[in-house]
Write a new protein. Sequence first.
Length: 242
Amino acid sequence: MTLSPLHRVGQQRPLLLDLFCCAGGAATGYHRAGFDVVGVDIVDRPNYPFTFIRAEALDHLAALIASGEIRRFAAVHSSPPCQAGCALTVGTNASQGWGGDHDDLVAPTRVLLERTGLPYVIEQPNGRAEIRKDLSLCGEMFGLGVLRHRNFELGGWTIARPAHPKHRGYVRGYRHGVYRDGPYVAAYGSGGGKATVPEMQAAMAITWTDVREELTEAIPPAFSEHIGRALLAMVRSVGVAA
């Protein structure tokens, strides 16, 4: 792994690139862990709490690699969408010559992340695009009001896998026509007992956005803070050894 001066042990807050950043749930956790963060998304994210660049994420990453600017960063987090036939999939894959019909952007994202030579994270929900499940996290691990199961593929580094604690009960709402109460709220969709915006904010500890779509897509900052602390320790240890 090639290290830039920003990665050396003297750097107080290494820089992390946050691709497909949405409103900054992941970014906030990484920032709390000790990183400065730059987010990239194809649509404006005025609620994003850190430096934001509006761009197609894979085009921007490819440009950073080509120019050498990627060496400003110590690590990359990505939460690529996986919607069949979306404009990102069709346009970006064609322009970059990746070819074929993709149901998701995970594969082309991984290709570019490998080219960076940096440690990286690919995040996906359960049941979405296939990734290597190096780490799986649940809101119950952090005492949150959501379960929000998420899987993480880690490139170039590792982290201990925490035990998955037993859930304390049901996710509140209707399922197959039956309503159940429980200690967790459903932070997705609308109707059927799904969480309100204030409930989602409280359950995930996300206070800087009240946009439902952003909240339903966000990962709780507790997840990325946990990942970020281990990632930062690895970055700094490699910096000491370099």
